[in-house]
Design a protein around this ligand. Structure first.
Ligand code: PEP
Length: 251
C-alpha cells in the first residue's frame, strides 16, 4: 500500500532560528494530532538540516534537503553532496523542482546523476515533474511529463524506482494561487501511474506515492487529496505557517 505524504518545501525562506521555531511548532502539532497514516516531510535549506534533525522528535516527520550536487565530492565550490546531506540525519532530497530546472539549468542528465547519488546514500528522492502553461495550452503536457519521468528515472531498476516519491507540480500553479482542478490533478496522476505500469508493472506503479504540488492550501487540499491517484502534496507557501501546513496534513 502506498504512503500518504505531505511534504513542505520552505525554499529560500526562514533563517536558522526561525526555521527551528517553525519545525518545533510543526512537531508539536503533529504529535498532538491523530494522523496515523500520513508521513510528513519538511524540505529545508541546507544550513537548517542538522539542527532540524535534532529538533524533531516525532517519528512521523522526516527532514528533506531541496537539492544536492551532481558529483560525489571534490573541487566543486559551494556544492553540497548527497553523502554530506545523509550525514546530517536527513532522509530525503527534493530533485528537479521547476525553479531549479528553470533558474539553475537542472537538466535530465544532471537529475540522473543526482538521483543515483541520493539512492547510493540511502536518501529518498522527491522527484518533481510538471509542464509550463504554454505546454498545457498546446496540449503537450502529457508528453512533457512522460519525458521528464523517463529521462530522469527510467534508467532505475524496479527496486530502486520503488524508493522514489514523485511530485506532479504544474509550473503554472506553483506560487501563483492558481491550483489545478481536482479533475486535472487526477487526470495527470492517473496518466503518470499508467506510464509507470508500462515501464515497471502494476505492483511498482501501485506502490508509488505521487504528490500534487501547486498552490495547495488547507481550503483545497481535501478535494485534491480525495482523488484516487493523488497521494498527498508538495507544499510551498502554505508550509511556512505551521497551522496552514497542519490543515493540509489533516486533509
Ligand atoms: C512548490 O514550490 O513546490 C509549491 C508547490 O509551491 P506553492 O505551494 O507555493 O505553490
Amino acid at each position: 500500500m502506498r504512503k500518504k505524504i505531505v511534504a513542505g518545501n520552505w525554499k529560500m525562506n526562514k533563517n536558522l532560528q526561525e526555521g527551528i521555531e517553525l519545525a518545533k511548532e510543526i512537531n508539536s502539532l503533529v504529535e498532538a494530532t491523530d494522523i496515523k497514516d500520513v508521513q510528513v516531510i519538511i524540505g529545508a535549506p541546507f544550513i537548517h538540516l542538522t539542527e532540524l534533525n535534532k529538533a524533531i522528535t516525532s517519528n512521523k516527520i522526516r527532514i528533506s534537503a531541496q537539492n544536492c550536487a551532481d558529483e560525489k565530492s571534490g573541487a566543486y565550490t559551494g556544492e553540497i553532496s548527497a553523502s554530506m546531506i545523509e550525514s546530517t540525519g536527513t532522509q530525503c532530497v527534493i530533485l528537479g523542482h521547476s525553479e531549479r530546472r528553470s533558474y539553475y539549468g537542472e537538466t535530465s542528465e544532471k537529475l540522473v546523476k543526482k538521483t543515483n547519488l541520493c539512492l547510493e546514500n540511502k536518501l529518498t528522492p522527491i522527484f518533481c515533474i510538471g509542464e509550463v502553461l504554454e505546454e498545457r495550452q498546446s496540449e503537450k503536457h502529457f508528453d512533457v511529463v512522460k519525458s521528464q519521468i523517463s529521462e530522469g528515472l527510467f534508467h532505475l531498476s524496479a527496486e530502486d524506482f520503488g524508493k522514489v516519491i514523485l511530485a506532479y507540480e504544474p509550473v503554472w500553479a506553483i506560487g501563483t494561487g492558481v491550483t489545478a482542478s481536482a479533475d486535472q490533478a487526477q487526470e495527470m496522476h492517473a496518466f503518470i501511474r499508467k506510464t509507470l505500469v508500462e515501464k515497471y508493472g502494476k505492483e511498482v506503479a501501485e506502490n508509488c506515492s505521487i504528490l500534487y504540488g501547486g498552490s495547495c492550501k488547507p481550503s483545497n487540499a481535501k478535494e485534491l487529496f480525495s482523488n484516487e491517484d493523488v497521494d498527498g502534496g508538495l507544499i510551498g507557501g502554505a508550509s511556512l505557517v505551521a497551522e496552514d501546513f497542519m490543515g493540509i496534513i489533516t486533509a
